[in-house]
Design a protein around this ligand. Structure first.
Ligand SMILES: Nc1ncnc2c1ncn2[C@@H]1O[C@H](COP(=O)(O)OP(=O)(O)OP(=O)(O)O)[C@@H](O)[C@H]1O
Ligand SMILES: [Mg+2]
Length: 399
């Protein structure tokens, strides 16, 4: 499906174009009709929310339209623009062509002309899909055994990472059966991950802020009330993650230890996976079992251990734990019942002065590198071409 946006300060013509596009249902998805020329930051938000491939841009106000074209080009290479207007006189055509826009539609929008324009831009998209900035700074936390302290570490390491970088990190509770973040962080938001999953296909910059809560300098999507019946499709998780990747610098996922399909999906997207265990035999045993399973998924190379609740005289050394589980220990965290329970009671993050608070901060500091976000192009599906009854090779040879 070709994702499109209409920018039209004159509502009537935008509506008529929308109607014309609805005739291509199944091949064209109209994500949004914007009823003005949006300013830079608004346009950037809209692009991050929808990652469109084609913008239908009104040339009613030539100057603003040209400025919009320039801005769109600076935001996403490969994004296709189709100009439209009530009339297409020499001035409009000249200005739009000068701005590098190859397609121009006039009202009324007849089906054949729209089809031709779509086919032409689609050929360009085949050669060069649009590219949007998208973070690859994704980490997930997986408990070896229930109660290993996975949520405690995920939350506090995230809070430490977010310090001084407000609003750039998203922490998501993926534990749909016993998610604790809502309680630990005293979040009152009625919306949760289930809503985000349900609305994943239509997610945008207006819905998203209602789903998350800002706490401890980060945005948090909690898991809601216990709901074992929820079905989460991999495609829903995928589109949600893509949305998150475009809108945050860093993503942290707190998982249940049940290795659900959606958790596996998230681990595959993650740059690093932290398997949280305690230095006790049952926890280490399950960590080893999980490592074995993660190996079968091919994600074992990004897994390392976080050793939690380490006492002064631990029963195993770090080297022994590594050998036993078959993974390296990325960091150790003290057993600090006092600091952890005080934070839990107060609904606060760990005291940064406490030993475990300092350990979380030190680990967080080295966690995210400063590599620029990667650019992702969305691959076009064949379906779009099939809709026009033209094979990909045919299209390429026509160009
Ligand atoms: N380093 C620590 N020192 C003392 N207590 C801790 C520590 N880490 C976690 N705890 C406590 O252990 C309990 C379990 O922690 P948490 O909920 O973080 O574990 P989990 O691995 O996420 O569990 P679940 O499998 O239920 O998701 C909590 O009561 C928490 O306060
Ligand atoms: Mg947990």
């Amino acid at each position: 499906m070709l994702r499109t946006i209409i920018i039209s300060p004159e509502p009537g013509i935008g509506e008529r174009l929308g109607e014309a596009l609805s005739g291509f249902d199944g091949a064209v998805q109209l994500c949004r009709v914007v009823d003005k020329y949006p300013d830079g930051s608004e346009l950037a938000r809209i692009l991050r929310a929808h990652a469109p491939e084609v913008i239908f841009l009104s040339f009613e106000d030539t100057q603003r339209a040209v400025a919009t074209v320039r801005y769109l080009e600076s935001q996403s290479a490969g994004l296709q623009i189709i100009a439209f207007n009530a009339v297409c006189d020499a001035t409009h055509l000249r200005e739009s062509m000068r701005a590098g826009v190859r397609e121009f539609l006039t009202d009324p929008f007849d089906e054949e002309t729209v089809r031709d324009a779509l086919r032409n831009v689609n050929m360009q998209l085949q050669k060069k899909p649009p590219v949007y900035e998208s973070t690859n700074q994704i980490v997930s936390f997986l408990p070896s055994k229930a109660g290993a302290g996975c949520t405690t570490l995920a939350m506090n390491i995230s809070a430490a990472m977010a310090r001084g970088k407000e609003g750039t990190l998203l922490l998501t509770d993926l534990d749909l059966n016993s998610g604790m973040l809502r309680f630990l962080m005293k979040l009152a938001n009625e919306y949760s991950l289930s809503d985000a999953v349900e609305m994943s296909a239509a997610m945008d910059e207006n819905i998203w802020p209602q789903l998350i809560t800002s706490k401890f300098g980060m945005d948090v999507l909690h898991a809601g009330r216990v709901n074992p019946n929820i079905r989460v499709e991999p495609t829903q998780v995928q589109s949600l993650i893509q949305f998150m990747r475009r809108n945050y610098e860093a993503l942290v996922f707190d998982m249940s230890g049940n290795l659900e399909r959606y958790s596996i999906e998230v681990m595959q997207e993650s740059r690093r996976v932290f398997l949280v265990c305690t230095p006790e035999i049952p926890s280490l045993h399950l960590a080893r079992e999980k490592m074995g399973f993660l190996k079968t998924l091919g994600v074992d190379s990004k897994v390392s251990l976080l050793l939690n609740r380490v006492q002064k005289k631990p029963p195993f050394t770090v080297a022994q734990v590594e050998e036993l589980v078959g993974a390296t220990v990325a960091a150790s965290f003290s057993n600090d019942y006092f600091a952890v329970s005080r934070a839990t009671t107060a609904g606060q993050a760990l005291d940064p002065q406490s030993v475990i608070g300092q350990q979380c901060a030190a680990f967080a500091a080295g966690l995210f590198d400063r590599r620029p976000p990667v650019a992702t192009g969305e691959k076009k599906s064949k379906k779009f071409l099939e809709y026009f009854n033209v094979g990909a090779q045919q299209l390429a040879s026509q160009d």
